[in-house]
Design a protein around this ligand. Structure first.
Ligand SMILES: [Zn+2]
Length: 216
């Protein structure tokens, strides 16, 4: 899942209005921020296997550190703890931790059974990716719904608050369409390098957040 994780970040803003959208994007995307790093370090592996599912040519056969449920719980606790140490709000820290966990839940819906419950443990996944139409309908619906929640929860302070947000929405949409129709990547290393681009959404979220405020 890709835009679904951004959707979760938008939705989380309603639950934790004081937490920056950048922090929330970092939390909901954390596993996919770490994943390219683990790939490039050679600790996790992916292979290109067109037809693996209808939607993606990638076979996520080895990613226990970033995507096993047990480790994800660890990442969630770690992220929540760091947030608590910095901001001293249990509620906000819980939302950040839950946002990290939401990534696994959304991946669980879309991935084929390739998500380990623990490193080396049984693998699960409901495989929405077997249906291209189903994937797009579910992800786009989720994104639009969560964006709507975010628009109701916040309001722009200045023009940048609108422009930065809508530019991100358009950018995410373009990447989503490009991902859905482009040919498989040439090799696994390229996936790692391209994956690093996901980090861009963290400062972008911070930028949006600085120009919007919670509605009261
Ligand atoms: Zn993921």
């Amino acid at each position: 899942m890709f835009i679904g994780h951004h959707a979760a970040g938008f939705a989380a803003k309603r639950l934790a209005p004081r937490v920056s959208l950048g922090t929330l994007f970092a939390a909901t995307n954390l596993l996919d921020l770490l994943w390219p790093l683990f790939l490039l370090m050679g600790l996790e592996h992916v292979r290109i296997d067109p037809g693996n599912t209808a939607y993606t040519p990638l076979d996520f056969y080895d990613y226990p550190y970033t995507h096993s449920l047990l480790n994800v719980m660890g990442w969630a606790v770690l992220a929540g703890t760091v947030h608590w140490l910095l901001r001293k709000s249990w509620r906000d820290a819980t939302v950040v931790g839950a946002a990290v966990l939401s990534h696994w839940v959304l991946d669980f819906v879309t991935h084929r059974p390739d998500l380990p419950l623990w490193p080396g443990g049984p693998k699960v996944g409901l495989c929405l990716w077997n249906s291209v139409i189903g994937t797009i309908v579910v992800e786009v619906t989720l994104f639009v719904l969560c964006l709507w929640l975010y628009l109701r929860a916040t309001t722009a302070i200045d023009r940048v608050g609108s422009i930065a947000l809508w530019a991100l929405v358009v950018f995410v949409g373009i990447i989503y369409i490009a991902n859905s129709v482009s040919p498989p990547p040439p090799n696994a290393r390229m996936i790692g390098y391209a994956g690093l681009a996901a980090w861009l959404f963290v400062p972008w979220g911070v930028w949006i957040d600085r120009h919007r405020r919670p509605r009261t």
